[in-house]
Design a binder for this molecule. Structure first.
Ligand code: AMP
Ligand code: ZN
Ligand code: FE
Length: 292
């Protein structure tokens, strides 16, 4: 069993990269990928833990994409097998981090205006080594008993359309895909059902547009993805020569209904998903070599 999407304390997960690797070993998983949101700072720890515990660890990242989707849909693109030392990717992700900090200041100002006492230092402490996101704000509001759950913090203050919501700076589709390819990774569309298209043909059309921009594959296994959607997606990727990926989107205690490897109890991603991705990645390297 493999799990190719999870988050650590470097973004919005509750476990360190080392703890993730240990958990994967205890569960008997054969390969895992760390795909923190907009950062690759956790990868050094993750890869060295993988060597130590004999688990295959894949260097990844998850990038939020600026694209217009209705029905509250969102698009995330995963980079898998990226070069963890790629300076260009690091500097682009650092830019996002700086923008996230500026956004955090604006969210704080809005909450202060609503009479809620919260400051940047508290938020930075909550985020630790991770880049600041709305879940960190939600956690502080919960600790201060301003709300009674993290979900309530989103529902009242932080979700889109609520009084302390602030948009986040994101890269567009082409840029997000290109920055992953430039760092020698595979670009994979994460959880395609969360783009929230009503008809499958619209999902399919969007994926084909992304493929023209260099998309390599699609996440066809994911916690809570409807089985019929997953099946339809697998037929689609086969016809269009897209590679399949899959992951639980494990966040540790921060999303405690999702388990590493098993998702919501509905996952069991076969080892060949990993080996096919690896094969696909190696072939793309050979082709790159031939064309240069
Ligand atoms: P950010 O990157 O700072 O915009 O935070 C995004 C994260 O906030 C997502 O990964 C979710 O974990 C969480 N989130 C976003 N919208 C909601 C919502 N409406 N309810 C609960 N959690 C949410
Ligand atoms: Zn996350
Ligand atoms: Fe995602």
């Amino acid at each position: 069993m493999v799990d190719l999407q999870m988050h650590s304390t470097y973004s919005d997960g509750s476990k360190t990269p080392l703890e993730l690797v240990r958990e994967a070993r205890d569960l008997g998983l054969s390969a895992i990928a760390l795909t923190d949101h907009d950062t690759i700072d956790g990868l050094t720890e993750f890869l060295s833990a993988g060597r130590k515990y004999g688990i295959t660890t894949v260097a990844g990242v998850e990038i939020s994409v600026d694209t217009k989707l209705s029905n509250n849909g969102h698009m995330h693109i995963l980079g898998l097998f990226i070069d963890p030392d790629d300076q260009d990717l690091k500097s682009k992700l650092n830019y996002l981090r700086t923008q996230r900090n500026l956004r955090a200041e604006k969210i704080i100002r809005k909450l202060n205006e609503l009479g809620i006492q919260i400051n940047l230092a508290e938020l930075e402490e909550e985020a630790g080594e991770g880049s600041i996101g709305r879940p960190h704000v939600a956690k502080i509001l919960l600790k201060k008993k301003v709300v009674s759950s993290m979900q309530e913090a989103f529902d009242i203050y932080l979700a889109k359309g609520k009084p302390a919501y602030m948009d986040k700076v994101k890269f567009g589709e082409a840029d997000a895909i290109q920055m992953i390819k430039d760092a020698h990774g595979l670009a994979i569309l994460a959880h395609p059902h969360l783009m929230n298209f009503k008809a499958f043909k619209d999902t399919a059309e969007k994926i084909l547009t992304l493929q023209k921009l260099g998309l390599d594959g699609v996440e066809v296994f994911y916690s809570g993805m409807p089985a019929s959607f997953s099946k339809e997606l697998q037929s689609f990727t086969k016809v269009h020569h897209l590679v399949n990926s899959g992951g639980s989107d494990y966040h540790g205690l921060n999303k405690d209904h999702i388990r590493m490897g098993f998702g919501k109890g509905d996952l069991n991603i076969p080892n060949e998903v990993y080996s096919n991705l690896k094969k696909y990645w190696l072939n793309s390297k050979v082709e790159l070599f031939r064309s240069t």
